[in-house]
Design a binder for this molecule. Sequence first.
Ligand SMILES: Cc1cc2nc3c(=O)[nH]c(=O)nc-3n(C[C@H](O)[C@H](O)[C@H](O)COP(=O)(O)OP(=O)(O)OC[C@H]3O[C@@H](n4cnc5c(N)ncnc54)[C@H](O)[C@@H]3O)c2cc1C
Length: 389
Amino acid sequence: MSTARTALETEEHQALRAAVAALGKRYGRDYMTTVIREGGHTDELWAEAAKLGYLGVNLPEEYGGGGGGMAELSIVLEELGAAGSPLLMMIVSPAICGTVIARFGTQEQKRTWLPGLADGSLTMAFGITEPDAGSNSHRITTTARRDGDAWVLTGRKVFVSGVDMADATLIVGRTEDARSGKLKPCLFIVPREAPGFGRNQIDMELHAPEKQFELVLDDVRLPADALVGDEDAGLLQLFAGLNPERIMTAAFGIGMGRFALGRAVEYARTRQVWKDPIGAHQAIAHPLATAHIDLELSRLMMQKAARLYDEGDDIGAGEAANMAKYAAGEACVKAVDQAVHTLGGNGLTREYGLASLITASRVARIAPVSREMILNYVSHQSLGLPKSY
Ligand SMILES: Cc1cc2nc3c(=O)[nH]c(=O)nc-3n(C[C@H](O)[C@H](O)[C@H](O)COP(=O)(O)OP(=O)(O)OC[C@H]3O[C@@H](n4cnc5c(N)ncnc54)[C@H](O)[C@@H]3O)c2cc1C
């Protein structure tokens, strides 16, 4: 499939894209399907991507990373996704957690975590969503109380991805003296086996190696240095991690959309039930062309967001990252829907592997911030319209 994607990228970016695409091709959808069927994790792909320097490409060189930014990391996730083997944990481990620790962590936290996040030997999950807060993070009630030098965390989280695979989870809570009102978050690194840190797998209709968990923090006692950065700068720190999360979710959506579209185009070229292949019928061709255009457009916005973010413009990147996540989520859902339809009955068979993407593609619309919350953000922040909630 021809693509205009290279025009805006440096030679290094193009080379990275090609190299990751080659790695993705060696694993591909069959690998992913086998891992999912066997209930395992993508350990081999994770380790190889890390060894090649792809997972830590955004992390500082002095801690074993590649010294790049979100422009590079998003290329990695998009290309793995386009090959049918996306690594969802890249959104949280190097992108959110790696960024927050690199920008705001203490020297000790950087030394402890960044080399491992970069070489893939350590993984970190990220937990902000709560059952009674949902999209309204201001309502989170996970509370951190001081006890001497230690912190004691209590609360509940839901839908946290990959906690079983992660050595620790970066938990967003609030301190006891800021228990209600406007969110004054603080971030804690909670080791997987910390006493009182319980997890229950949520039964999702998702065909993916990464599982989602409800977390129960029952008086989880943490040392003073579990707090990331500064107690009073939590909001700034949190936002520094959320923009990479949105950019990476856009990459996830674009990759999945490209994968589905690729399968559909291949099918439309060869499947013949009248005198020409079905791809000659405009009713089949045009929606595929539209899906391609939408994916390309969302990549442009993702590249803009990554560039602004990497240049240090957190505010500018905020708007672009939201728009990129919105556009990519919608483009992904549409591309998958049209791909399934293009295959007729085969669109719903296991053999062709597209039906399971119907639910998977919705993730890009719902998480980490839903379509509606982005439309709210753009209505209020970009257009200055009044708020109804
Ligand atoms: C596969 C998957 C993986 C996830 N991984 C993680 C993770 O690793 N860590 C983590 O912390 N969270 C994770 N999440 C949670 C995700 O971020 C939330 O599901 C998401 O933020 C939406 O919150 P909610 O599900 O509570 O929906 P709700 O907030 O209850 O929203 C429900 C519906 O109402 C709409 N709505 C809500 N408020 C408004 C409003 N003001 N105006 C208009 N519409 C509104 C929403 O758009 C949505 O359609 C994951 C979710 C999924 C599905």
